[in-house]
Design a binder for this molecule. Sequence first.
Ligand code: ATP
Ligand code: MG
Length: 256
Amino acid sequence: MALAFSLRKDQARARTVVLEATRVAEAAGSIIDLDSVVKTYSSGGVEVQALRGVSLQVQRGETVAIMGASGCGKTTLLNCMSGLDVIDAGTVSIAGTDLATLNDRQKTSYRAQNMGFIFQTYNLLPVLSAVENVELPLVVSGVNAGDARRKAIAALERVGLADKADSRPAQLSGGQRQRVTIARSLVNNPAIIWADEPTGALDSKTADDVMTLMETLNRDNHQTFVIVTHDPGVGRRCHRTVHMSDGLIVSEERAA
Ligand SMILES: Nc1ncnc2c1ncn2[C@@H]1O[C@H](COP(=O)(O)OP(=O)(O)OP(=O)(O)O)[C@@H](O)[C@H]1O
Ligand SMILES: [Mg+2]
């Protein structure tokens, strides 16, 4: 009871922060603002500078592809932008809110309300059905069960999987699982969707369908997409492509 109450209070506080921040960001035009972000990992006494001072601004409604060789820091950058990972120096502001000012619980609630994730490693829970996996961000946000279920089914319809609502992940193909992940990422109508190689494990037809779905969401809902990809075809379908090398952004190009 006490925990539920304090969670609700935290959610309300996070919502206030977000509302205030949204107004700031709308005035400024950018929804993602990174300044000189540094991230160093140390494992077994060895330090790896995964990000060596990355600055990047993304406009509301923009689609940005992040490309670069394996190990150059793309996933690290996504994790730092979404607040899943803590940075060592610099700032990450989302909709005007410096993520460093939120505690872990506020960050979790902020993510559930404002961000969607299409990560290969951000796995579906095997014991839950497709529809239960999809409604998870809504349940975390405190949406009531009936509304959560209706919205989850609508999101599954959107990705063409309404008939698989009761299937568990193990009963689905790789492409179908990826589409459940996409349904989950869009169920709370988030302002930003982070995608890490969303088409990497798919055949070219399914990859094309997934990309078309993301383009449609961007166009219809004005959602912002940051997509890590090794596929130049995905890059060409984004508004802007940012190239990374060895922990730094080295160049960028805009679609014609
Ligand atoms: N948890 C961790 N602990 C230690 N080192 C890490 C950790 N995560 C990433 N690294 C290192 O940081 C660097 C950047 O890794 P990252 O996963 O961001 O690369 P990437 O560009 O996403 O590569 P890929 O295209 O292969 O997915 C690599 O040298 C990697 O070994
Ligand atoms: Mg990666």
